[in-house]
Design a binder for this molecule. Structure first.
Ligand code: ZN
Length: 155
């Protein structure tokens, strides 16, 4: 089943399969109380961002800017995915153990850096933050646009 998120201001959608979201949630739970995160791959179709998969780095660090990090498996897998499926890097996700789904200053600066990076072919990266308190999940999607992180609502 596909789950849809919508940003009214920009008229943009995110589409993600519920199995994929559940898989992200189980990673968040498995790593709890440590943080975990990864990158999203997918493609755009008009005003829809379709998330087809995610990649977790083989080396988890405390702060999260996976793309262009020294995380070999991410860059290798992104290359392979591009060649085989024509899908691209479209954003990032990470957990906030015992936290909410508001982005931090570090989160904002990280995503801004990604958006302004000439090597990244995407100007409006997505960000998913998953707050988790060992029983409930608090998910929020954002898109970076015009120096802002704008929220999506599930529709
Ligand atoms: Zn964060």
């Amino acid at each position: 089943m596909n789950i849809k998120y919508y940003n009214k201001k920009l008229n943009l959608y995110i589409i993600i399969n519920s199995d994929l979201l559940n898989s992200i949630k189980s990673n968040v739970k498995d790593y709890y109380p440590k943080e975990v995160g990864g990158v999203f791959v997918g493609y755009y179709n008009k005003n829809e961002a379709i998330i087809t998969n995610f990649i977790i780095p083989n080396k988890i660090e405390n702060s999260f800017c996976f793309f262009k990090r020294n995380v070999d498996n991410i860059n290798k897998e992104l290359k392979k995915i591009f060649i085989e499926e024509n899908n691209i890097y479209i954003g990032e996700w990470h957990s906030h153990p015992n936290g909410d789904n508001m982005y931090s200053n570090i989160d904002f600066n990280t995503i801004k850096k990604i958006a302004n990076d000439e090597d990244v072919k995407i100007e409006n990266p997505l960000l998913l933050i998953v707050g988790f308190n060992n029983s409930d999940y608090f998910l929020r999607f954002y898109v970076y646009k015009n120096e802002e992180l704008l929220e999506y609502e599930q529709v």
